[in-house]
Design a protein around this ligand. Structure first.
Ligand SMILES: O=Nc1c(NC[C@H](O)[C@H](O)[C@H](O)CO)[nH]c(=O)[nH]c1=O
Length: 202
């Protein structure tokens, strides 16, 4: 029997998206998944009509730091715009060798910008290990991201995979190891960010 699980089709047109400014904060763990997830997110954000120069990408050490990184980006502290997002689409890795917290994606401009963000996606990949670490980070990260969104009024999209196995994480990043590559959930998160802002704007 076919599964009933999954989101309803996202809207296909987003009038006003060209005026939006969207942030992405991604963790620097499990990069095999993070890179396609961020690329999928950027793909649907740009397809919705958001200008590449209005997509700001920052990184933090791990998913535990996502709520703080998203909160910092929303507060506008030391935001650096990423102007050539198109370069990112062909990238095999988002991170250069000496990436540091809140290092903009390679190739982005050093032009700092303080313009307010309309929505932010927090992207992280947690994979269950042999201890309870996974459970504590997952719960804290997800509730932290929810709190940042509610406290600031800026839509914060949950882009955190909490996978029990590596294959679960890879398939949900659209890069599954077997014949079934899976579905890149980053695609859904990008359209959710644009939709939430435009719905909120009314
Ligand atoms: O442990 N596994 C993971 C992880 N740990 C690091 C943690 O998020 C944090 O950065 C450090 O504890 C320092 O505060 N972070 C992830 O994004 N995914 C994991 O699977």
């Amino acid at each position: 029997m076919a599964s009933i699980k999954g989101p309803a089709p996202a809207p296909t047109s987003f009038p006003g998206a060209d005026k939006l400014r969207i942030g992405i904060v991604h963790a620097r763990w499990n990069e095999e998944c993070i890179t396609p997830l961020v690329q999928g997110c950027v793909e649907t954000i740009t397809k919705a009509g958001v200008k590449p120069e209005n997509i700001v990408i920052e990184s933090v050490p791990g998913s535990w730091e996502l709520p703080h990184g998203v909160s910092r980006l929303i507060s506008g502290s030391q935001v650096q715009a990423s102007s050539n997002v198109s370069d990112l689409m062909g990238a095999t890795s988002l991170l250069d060798d000496n990436s540091k917290p809140s290092t903009p994606v390679a190739g982005s401009s050093s032009k700092p910008s303080k313009a307010a963000l309309d929505a932010v996606i927090g992207i992280g990949v947690l994979i269950k290990g042999s201890t309870m670490h996974f459970e504590y980070i997952s719960e804290s990260c997800c509730s932290g991201l929810m709190r940042v969104g509610l406290d600031t009024g800026v839509p914060v999209i949950l882009g955190v995979l909490t996978a029990l196995t590596e294959d679960q994480a890879l398939e949900r990043s659209g890069v599954g190891r077997g014949a079934n590559k899976g579905h890149n959930h980053g695609l859904d998160w990008g359209s959710a960010a644009v939709e939430m802002r435009l719905v909120a704007a009314g």
